[in-house]
Ligand binder design. Structure first.
Ligand code: NFS
Length: 625
């Protein structure tokens, strides 16, 4: 590489990551950090969002010198179109994941998926009743079938709104109606976004942005929410439990299998197969103490929430986990999986196994995972990992640390139970100022940031100010590694939060699940607003994705804002080439939906911004400081 590599201390806040980056450099293995450096500086037009590749009269680049593309589109139109498609990509990812859960439910109903079952019948009945399905005295499979039909219907074009929109306050739904922002069907809004951004269609940037918000809402209150709720129905609703995190969860004396991706349909079955006595016996025959399943990214979060498996790391730890030299297999489904993992796995004995036809990796071992044959295939995968143990080169193993404890499992159901059956104690604590407000910190790592410096820095600053933090996705392991996900972390919190969390025995940063589980936070906000008789935009709450990178994170940010939640991003999406779009995002949306984005790379300043907002919202509700 021509450029001098960046000092390792600038790349991450973690010792385990530093040790593995050092090892990668010594062994001549390239990681995301070197590739970012090679790609820098990035194309200025692309950064500003002013490149258009939507037709072959172009491609065009819009600038002061060349203010219009061949078709006549200006910077506003081009930026809005690009952003709209970016959001559609994110909404499609989450929602297609949600659809996969409906298909598993369908297979259960039809008796075609013997390895899956309805684990939480009470939750199925509850959500079915919520979406208007008759449940009294009916067979659970009949209820499941109706729920399946209802949710499949949410993806289509025959409804005026998706079913779970009933969880949003009436004032909010009226607002969406008046703005043409009500999500009608999930696939419909995504397809319409592709249509609108075809050359010659929606050539009015604000109008395109409104539809982007509608598409994002279809994700948050539709596809993601269906994904979360049906995962709970099929695999169980999370309850609080303890686990561990960081690269130290990888065990020298065990077969290590890491699950990576998003959908619990694959990873839950892998975990079950890893407990198969025959496979465990075979692992022991080969000299291992057992089979250890560790989590990466969001499918890790799914298993952590429900089964308490240990977490190896978040997005920027995925390459580094393989560098321990002790991972027999990395099993992936889809989303957030760097194709570089195949290459790095190839530098070791690690088998890279992909399981989804819609996410295949050249050079990976492909298993076409189907609900019908799930356990059989999961055993085949685990068996590959077990046999791989014999190929491990002990001389190349380096597990850089001991794991730290974390607490997980905070579904809304679990929180309400901990509160004694209703949200009232939480409302009380907010009203008396012990909890001044709440912020969800969600999403990714991005090598453009010192890994987890923002994720952790912001969480610490907020809890100090008695602002409760809900963490999901890749922020989870960040918070966990920083010691924020254990009850003892109340020592880092302000006096009010310390009192409330201390009395409940919970951490001041609650692990709320994977990225699709941000829908849990939406539901909670809806319920809080209803309890108080106000709109979501009146609540002292916020959302943040400090180190975001993905289309999905942008969709999350936009559905949060469109739901009335003031939302922080650590760096801007590629929209700065349009003043109209930028101003709408950071200002204009306030008048429309009662919230905006704000962009701020510094965690302390970000916390101050949230603090100000929360003060104002508390005042608006007539609450004292
Ligand atoms: Ni969500 Fe970010 Fe990916 Fe999960 Fe992690 S990178 S958008 S947090 S794993 S989806």
């Amino acid at each position: 590489m021509a450029k001098e590599p960046k000092p390792i201390d600038d790349l991450t806040i973690w010792d385990d990551a530093k040790a593995m980056i050092k090892k990668a450099r010594e062994e001549g293995i390239e990681t995301v950090h070197e590739r970012l450096q090679m790609q820098t500086p990035h194309c200025k037009f692309c950064e500003l969002g002013t490149t258009c590749r939507n037709c072959t009269m172009g491609p065009c680049r819009i600038s002061k010198k060349m203010p219009r593309g061949v078709c006549g589109a200006d910077a506003d139109v081009v930026v809005a179109r690009n952003f709209g498609r970016f959001i559609a990509g994110g909404a499609a990812g989450h929602s297609d994941h949600g659809r996969d859960l409906i298909e598993v439910l369908e297979a259960i109903v039809e008796g075609e998926a013997k390895d899956y079952k309805i684990t939480d019948e009470a939750k199925l009945i509850r959500i079915a009743a919520e979406v208007g399905i008759e449940t009294e005295g009916r067979d659970i499979m009949a209820v499941a079938e109706d729920a399946m039909e209802c949710f499949f219907g949410d993806f289509g074009s025959r409804k005026s709104e998706v079913a779970f929109l009933s969880r949003a306050p009436k004032v909010r739904r009226d607002k969406w109606d008046s703005l043409n922002m009500t999500p009608r069907g999930i696939d419909r809004e995504i397809a319409e976004m592709m249509h609108r951004t075809h050359m010659g269609c929606d050539n009015d940037a604000p109008n395109t942005m409104i539809h982007a918000a509608r598409t994002a809402l279809a994700d948050g209150w539709g596809g993601s929410m269906i994904g979360t709720e049906l995962s709970d129905v099929i695999f169980g609703t999370p309850t609080p439990k303890m686990s561990t995190a960081n690269l130290g969860i990888i065990k020298e004396d065990q077969v290590n299998l890491l699950v990576h991706g998003h959908n619990p349909v694959v990873s839950e079955m892998i975990l079950a197969a890893a407990r198969d006595p025959e496979l465990v016996a075979r692992a022991k025959e080969l000299g291992a103490e057992g089979i250890n399943v560790g989590g990466l990214c969001c499918t890790g979060n799914e298993l952590l929430m429900r089964q308490g498996i240990p977490m190896a790391g978040n997005h920027l730890m995925t390459e580094l986990a393989i560098l321990t030299g002790a991972v027999e297999a990395i099993v992936v489904d889809y989303q957030c999986i760097m194709p570089s993992l195949v290459t790095i796995a190839g530098c070791y004995h690690t088998k890279f196994i992909d399981t989804a036809n819609k996410a295949r990796f050249t050079g990976g071992i492909h298993i076409d995972f189907q609900p019908k044959t799930a356990m059989e295939q999961a055993k085949e995968i685990v068996s590959m990992a077990v046999e791989g143990f014999a190929e491990r080169d002990a001389g190349r193993v380096d597990i850089p640390c001991e794991p730290v404890s974390i607490m997980t499992g905070f579904s809304n159901e679990a929180v309400i139970e901990a509160l004694g059956g209703s949200l009232d104690p939480l409302v009380q604590a907010i009203a008396n100022g012990d909890i001044r407000g709440a912020v969800g910190i969600v999403g990714c790592n991005n090598p453009k940031f010192k890994q987890d410096s923002m994720n952790v820095g912001l969480a610490k600053e907020l809890i100090k100010r008695d602002i409760l933090v809900l963490a999901t996705g890749c922020v989870t392991t960040a918070a966990g590694k920083a010691g924020l996900l254990v009850p003892e972390a109340i020592e880092m919190a302000g006096p009010g939060l310390k009192k409330v969390c201390g009395s409940l025995g919970i951490p001041p940063v609650l692990h709320y699940g994977s990225c699709v589980d941000n829908s849990r936070i939406l539901q909670l906000c809806g319920a809080l607003a209803d309890t108080l008789g106000v709109d979501i935009s009146d609540l002292p709450v916020g959302a943040s994705s400090p180190e975001w990178y993905s289309e999905k994170a942008a969709a999350i940010g936009l559905y949060a804002v469109a739901s009335g939640i003031y939302t922080h991003l650590g760096h801007p999406p590629n929209i700065l080439g349009s003043e109209t779009v930028t101003n709408l995002a950071v200002e204009g949306l306030e008048d429309l939906v009662g919230a905006t984005f704000f962009i701020e790379p510094d965690p302390v300043k970000t916390a101050e911004m949230f603090d100000e907002r929360i003060k104002a919202k508390r005042k608006g509700l007539g609450l004292s400081e």
